[in-house]
Design a protein around this ligand. Structure first.
Ligand SMILES: [Zn+2]
Length: 409
């Protein structure tokens, strides 16, 4: 018998908007119904005064569990298209054990779908990592691989090891795509480097998203990259030239083009809330993906952590490179997406529906997994997050199984 769970009474955020007194039915790993609670809806429509929720959660019925989540929100599980680590582990270790620690850590914070983002490394080493991570993609643990570097600008390398950077030679790009055995979803590169535009075309031809980032590109050169097929801005504003009134640079080019989705790190450190708001209003929720860009210290205490071949010190939740030529650079974040969601609605002034799109629907579309995840609809994976009235995470379900059990009434 297929296990059936009925979640009732919460404000449920559907693709069409939020409904009060919503209900979601989960059977096995999938959502089989999502909408207003039938009993309550009918009672209102007919003015019959029937007790609310009578036909809702049918607790006690054989094989069915009912859960009253009144006073809570149910939103789609979050989708992170740019994350390097968490729980003291990192994807660039290239082992299943560390990768699963990262996945477990972020799932507990509501991220039910994530890619594995690598950092700049030796090409052979990256190919090895890709091989190991691709197995976890095939097993359904990860949604794909995002290569960040080594084809990035030495002027904007941030937390990437400068000595390992290289120009985007299409043959080298091809080597990484092949090593990922069909699981490469995205590559961040600097399109102004020699071979940059050819590499963007190569990626696009192979169904891999070309992302502009860690770049020193001009406005015009960025337009060329978009024309060649680039469709994502890697953490817009961070690791690229600033927006200047006579030199709009990559930021203006990426923000104004309807084909481009912009990643934003909503941790309060990488972007001032005013800048985040400005970008969000220009691009709209369907072109913004909130990401963590998290490194190993996400979900952990302050301290010293590895980031690829580099070392990072985390103080008050802010990660900076410990030593070498890039010492002091902000190195990824310690953000988790539940906090990004909470900031979006409590500090940035976004609606819950906008936050849901930027944290679930939009990134799932970019990654090409929106047929399975990214919204609460029948037929999709039962990936959902339960939040209390203060938008604090209290429950996480992934593929029909509670990873974090919400409070039971
Ligand atoms: Zn990153």
């Amino acid at each position: 018998m297929v296990r059936r769970t009925v979640l009732s009474g919460a404000r449920v955020v559907l693709p069409t908007g939020a409904v009060e007194d919503g209900q979601i039915t989960v059977e096995g790993q999938r959502i089989t119904a999502a909408g207003p609670m039938p009993g309550r809806d009918a009672a209102r429509a007919h003015g019959s005064g029937t007790a609310a929720g009578e036909s809702g959660a049918a607790a006690g019925e054989s094989g069915t569990a009912g859960l009253d989540l009144s006073g809570h929100w149910i939103v789609p599980g979050f989708v992170d298209m740019h994350v390097h680590g968490g729980g003291g582990a990192s994807f660039s270790a290239g082992t299943a054990e560390e990768a699963l620690t990262v996945a477990r850590t972020h799932r507990a914070h509501g991220t039910t779908t994530m890619v594995a983002s690598t950092v700049t490394g030796d090409l052979d080493d990256l190919a090895r990592q890709a091989g190991a991570l691709s197995e976890l993609v095939e097993q359904g643990e990860l949604a794909g691989i995002h290569f960040e570097g080594p084809f990035i600008s030495p002027h904007r390398c941030g937390a990437h090891q400068p000595s390992l950077l290289r120009d985007p030679d299409p043959a080298d790009v091809r080597k990484l795509i092949d090593a990922a055995r069909g699981t490469a979803r995205m590559m961040t590169l600097a399109p102004e480097l020699p071979g940059g535009l050819d590499s963007v075309r190569l990626l696009t031809d192979h169904g891999v998203v070309a992302a502009v980032g860690h770049t020193d590109s001009t406005y015009d050169a960025t337009l060329e990259a978009i024309a060649a097929g680039a469709t994502v801005a890697t953490h817009l504003f961070n690791a690229m030239p600033s927006l200047l009134h006579r030199a709009p640079g990559p930021i203006a080019a990426l923000l104004e083009d309807e084909r481009v989705t912009v990643e934003l790190i909503n941790d309060g450190t990488h972007l001032h809330p005013a800048v985040l708001g400005l970008a969000f209003r220009r691009a709209g929720a369907d072109r913004v993906a909130f990401i963590t860009d998290a490194m190993g210290a996400a979900g952990m205490n302050d301290g010293r952590y590895p980031l690829g071949p580099m070392t990072v010190d985390v103080k008050d939740g802010v990660a900076r490179i410990s030593d070498g030529p890039t010492a002091g650079s902000i190195a990824g974040s310690t953000l988790t997406l539940d906090h990004a969601f909470q900031r979006a609605v409590t500090i940035d002034g976004l609606t819950v529906e906008q936050a849901v799109r930027a944290l679930s629907a939009t990134p799932s579309r970019v990654l090409g997994v929106d047929g399975r995840v990214g919204s609460l609809e029948p037929g999709k994976d039962a990936d959902l997050v339960v939040l209390d009235e203060a938008f604090t995470l209290v429950g996480v379900m992934r593929r029909g199984t509670w990873l974090v059990e919400p409070p039971v009434r």
